[in-house]
Structures are given as C-alpha cells and as structure tokens.
Design a protein around this ligand. Sequence first.
Ligand code: NAP
Length: 514
Amino acid sequence: MTSTIETRAVPSPGAAAQPTREVRVAVIGTGFAGLAMGIKLRERGETDFVLLERADDVGGTWRDNTYPGAACDVQSHLYSYSFAPNPDWGRSYSEQPEIQAYLQRTAARYGVREHCVFGADVTAARWDEGERRWHVTTTAGNFRARVLISAAGALADPTYPAIPGIESFEGTVMHSARWDSSHDISGEKVAVIGTGASAIQVVPAIQPQVESITVYQRTPAWVVPRTDHPVKPWARRLYRLLPGLQRAIRGVLYAFREFLVLGMAKQRMFLKPVGALAKAHLERQVRDPKLREALTPDYTIGCKRILISNDYFPAVAAPNAELVTAGIAEIRPRSIVSEDGIERPTDTLVLATGFHVTDLPIAEKICGREGRTLAEVWEEGMVTNRSAAVAGFPNMFLLVGPNVGVGHTSMVYMIESQVSYVDDALRTMETEDLAVLETTPEAQAAWRELIAEKSKGTVWLAGGCASWYLDKHGHNSTLWPDFTFRFRKLTKQLDRENYVGVPAGAPASTEEAA
Ligand code: NAP
C-alpha cells in the first residue's frame, strides 16, 4: 500500500538529549487558535513563550488539507480574525491556498512566527506538582512551562476506517487531510469513501480528470447551493478605503448565520426553508430518480453539517461516476468489494473519512496532577469548565476543545472568545501573583449540566442521525449548542469564583481557595 497516512511531523533525532528550555507559556499548535493565542500574548507584552508545531509551517488544518477543491464553507469576511481584516480576499468563500497564505502573513505581521518551534511534535506533557511546571517533551526538544495551552485543534488527526483488507491494498491510499500532490490521478480508477464536507469538495474537483470515480456513501448529506463568486477589484479597493464597510458586511454575515441556531437549537420550524432549499437543489441538479433517492437524507437537515456545493451532485451524476450505497465488504489489493458482491477495480483510494474529534489524540499525551491523562479523565466523556479548563490539570487551558465547535458559522469567532478568556486567566495569575490556577470539579459539573440542558431537543441530538458531534455515550461533547454570542458572554472574562489559586510563595502542597 502506498499511502500518506502519517502526520507531517519533522522528527529531530536526539531531541531527548537536548537541554530543557524554560518558558513561561507553551502553546501547542499554530492553526487559527494557536496563532491567535500567540498574537494575544504578544499584544500583552509577553515574549517568553513558544508555539510548538509538529509540521514545518503554521496553518493547522488549512496547512494540512491541500486536497483538490479544498475551500471554506464560511465567507472569508467572517472566516478571518476580527483584528486582521483582509480587503484582498479573491473570492467570497476562499480556497485553501488563500487562507493558508493569510495565516502565514498574519503570523509574520504580528511577530509570532519567531516564537514557533517547527518539527516539535508533542509526545508528552506532564504536570510536576513539586515544581508547579509543565514538562513538555517534543521531537524538537524539551520544554518546562508555567502554563500549557493546547490549541492542537479538533480537525487535526485523520481517522482511517477499519475496513477488512485495507492494509492489503496495493494502489495509492490518501486521506483527504494528507493529500499527496505528487501522485497524478489522471486517468485512474478512483474510489472515494465518505460524503462529508471534504468529500463533496474533492469529488467534483477530481471527477473530470479521472477515468472513473466511485463514491462510497454510508449516509447522504443535505446540500444547499454555494453562493460563491470572485471579489471584483473595485470591491477590494473599496474595502481598503473603507474598512468599516468590510466590518459591516462581516456583521451582517454573522447575524444571518446566527439565525440558523434558531432552527437547530430552538424551533425546528425555522429549518424548514433550509430543508426545502436543499430538496429543490437536489431535484434541480439530479434528474435520475434512482440516484436522487439514493442522495436524499432521511434525517432532519442540520443534524449533520449542512454542506454547500454547486458541483457535487453534477459530479456524482456524471457518466464516469458511480454512487455506491451498499456498504464496503472488503478491500482487495487492486479492488473494492461492496456488500452486494460487486467488485470494482481501484487504482487510488481516497479516504474522506473525517477526524478524531471526540477522542482527541492530544488528550492521551497530557498528564495531570494525579498522573492520569486527559483521555483517562475523559473516559466517561469530555468535561471542562467553560470549554477551556479541566480540574486536576493546573495552569492548563484548551482552545478548540470540547463544546466549542460550530457547524453554522465561523470557528474564528469562537476561537477569539476563548483566547480572551485564557488571556484573562493569565492576567489574573499575574495580578494576584498566583503560581497555580485550577478550576474545580463543581464548575465542570455545572458546565456539563448547562451543555446537556442546552443540547436537549436540538437537531444534533434529536435529528435522527449519527454524527461525530456526539461521543460514544451519545453526549454532545463537541458543539456549542446555542447562539455564539452567548458563548462569548459566558467566556468574556475568567469566572474567578470557579478557580482555586495558589499564591506564588505558598509551599507546593498547600492549596488555598481564593
Ligand atoms: P466527516 O464530516 O466526519 O465525514 C466523514 C465521512 O466519511 C462521512 O460521510 C462518513 O459517513 C464517512 N465514513 C467514515 N468512516 C467510514 C467507514 N468506515 N465506511 C464508510 N464511510 C465512512 O469528515 P470531513 O468531511 O473531513 O469533515 C469534517 C469536518 O471538517 C467538517 O464537519 C467541517 O467541520 C470541516 N470541514 C470543513 C470544510 C469547509 O469549510 N468547506 C471542508 C472540509 C471539512 P457517515 O456520515 O455515515 O458517518
């Protein structure tokens, strides 16, 4: 099997032998969240910090997802930092290279690139109670940090399906998030597994190039039209001249998208027009009634992410394309056999099968005060206070962790809310001269209760689908189940009463509730 399934870490031999570097703050990851945190740290005059990045560049998921057709489902005016508007977006919905270039530029402009340690794959992070420090081991050296911030992201580690025989496949295997651009798929027989946001972009992008494309669909997706268009040069000039105009458009887009929450989380009837739009889109684009039926979901729209595309249905309906709804029984060295017994020769297998979201791999590496990893503590479900802090993990904060995901709007909005919360925590540590700041189990229980209460009756829980939004216990541990401005309000500043602080001078074993 020729595959590109490993991460893009740049290993550094002999890292273990390197001396430990002391830093005040260690941030894991340089995607939208890690960079925003770095920028905030710089803004408050902090220079003693590192951004640990396993790859060789910034960008996170936008660096890694280079598959043909990769683009954002949220308009760029909104899917960008509020403090770094870009008047030069080339399209209303930007493609991956433009977003990646924006992140590279922004990292350089705000002086955080010099804080990045590339090739630093975090293999372990352990809290030392005696030293009150985090010991972080990476493939590019070891670090001792007062504060650890994980911005490793939820769409960072691809999932590979456990299909019988997959290891025996002799053709090329590529996960959508680990695309090998050196492999030429022209004229090949290509199989794509999955019909999520990644698949519906990659399928139309490669369908005209390949001899045949077979899409293995387990669950059909609701798809609505994509109102994408190039941004005219005069409009870009106008955004340059009148930055307020771009901000106003951002505001309108934000407000419009928040309306979707009404239907998803409050009153299902508000989803009806969206469902009708998706149905009409399918009927307009797919004439064959059998294919149309196979592409029609049987769950409420919004239960899984609503996808936007104008070219997915035409690509699946093309003469060289086939949609297979029978499950995959087996993968052989040069073919795929579906459960109806049909064997289809295959040269390249594209796995658009998603990411480890409810079982974050970084959680296995972070070990708290009691010697248990986050993954062990989260065995019964991911619990946090304010989606940012975990009891037993002092001086540690999470960005893009549990219950901050959004399907309807820009993740960057949520990230900025989280960054200001963590910033306030750091400010509190400074002003109160605290060596340790740790949230309480009671605060975690209350946050969990709040999420459960808000999730009741929402389309994600009651929409009749299985999705990665829910964990193995059926709990919503990924999505923020309410308006995003409510999340911002709840995380505007540190809920100091939900934290225990240990003053700098106190002996290591003493804990004072402050
Ligand atoms: P995904 O939404 O998790 O979709 C994975 C797909 O693979 C699903 O169709 C799933 O089927 C299928 N699948 C998984 N395991 C399978 C198996 N063993 N056999 C057959 N099918 C299998 O992953 P994604 O498309 O990469 O998207 C993940 C998230 O990334 C999105 O929700 C979105 O947040 C983000 N994203 C955004 C954009 C954008 O903005 N345009 C683009 C790409 C990704 P089931 O549905 O039956 O589980």
